[in-house]
Design a protein around this ligand. Structure first.
Ligand code: AMP
Length: 206
């Protein structure tokens, strides 16, 4: 099964994508995570994209499309894949149509108010990259190191990421709606209930 998930920043798409990838035994492909890893290890791409990422803007399409296309050619994607955060604009969606078939598009709906509330509390472990919340303490439970706030989760950047999402990514819902593969999910529920609704939307009732 080839699945795409999208939703505003902080909608929980990373968490749900991981759960779905585990359930179906398919790879979880997150361009955002791939870009962060490239920045961390200061690769050529990492240096090229830093400014876009820090400001909450999208990385240029040529870089993003080439990276995802190459990843989808890996053997582990042959039986299906779960893409989290791609495509994010029309040129990316059109490019994806050229090299992959998509079975389902899951859209997590979360209001701007809730996004701002969630992201201002979101923290990440600098060692294992696990995402958590300020409500769970100041240190990573596994690595025992102090959690940090991602630069792109700072208030000004969050506002820009939301603007970019509404401007460029939300119109994609219409693009896919015409193909009748979109599943709109209420993302303002517990992780478990969001997951249950997604499975129902996919017709997975086992
Ligand atoms: P995410 O972790 O999915 O929220 O992505 C974090 C950041 O990575 C985004 O704010 C963008 O700067 C960049 N990014 C991730 N996916 C894409 C994409 N499909 N197109 C362009 N930039 C992206």
């Amino acid at each position: 099964m080839n699945i795409i998930i999208f939703g505003p920043p902080g909608s929980g798409k990373g968490t749900q994508a991981r759960l779905l990838a585990d359930r179906y035994g398919i790879p979880h492909i997150s361009p955002g995570a791939m870009f962060r890893a490239a920045m961390k290890s200061k690769t050529k791409i990492g240096l090229q994209i830093k400014d876009f990422m820090d400001k909450g803007n999208y990385v240029p399409d040529d870089i993003t499309i080439a990276m995802v296309k190459k990843r989808l050619e890996d053997v582990d994607c042959a039986e299906g894949f779960m893409i989290d955060g791609f495509p994010r604009n029309l040129p990316q969606a059109e490019a994806l149509d050229e090299f992959a078939h998509i079975d389902f598009v899951i859209v997590l709906k979360v209001s701007d108010k809730e996004v701002i509330n969630r992201l201002s509390k979101r923290r990440q472990c600098p060692k294992c990259d696990k995402i958590t919340s300020t409500e769970e303490g100041e240190k990573c439970r596994d690595c025992k190191v102090k959690l940090v706030q991602r630069d792109d989760d700072k208030p000004q950047v969050i506002k820009n990421r939301l603007l970019v999402y509404h401007d460029l990514t939300q119109p994609l819902i219409e693009y896919y709606k015409n193909k009748d593969i979109v599943r709109m999910i209420n993302g303002e529920q517990s992780e478990e209930n969001v997951f249950k609704d997604i499975l129902l939307g996919l017709g997975d009732t086992e």
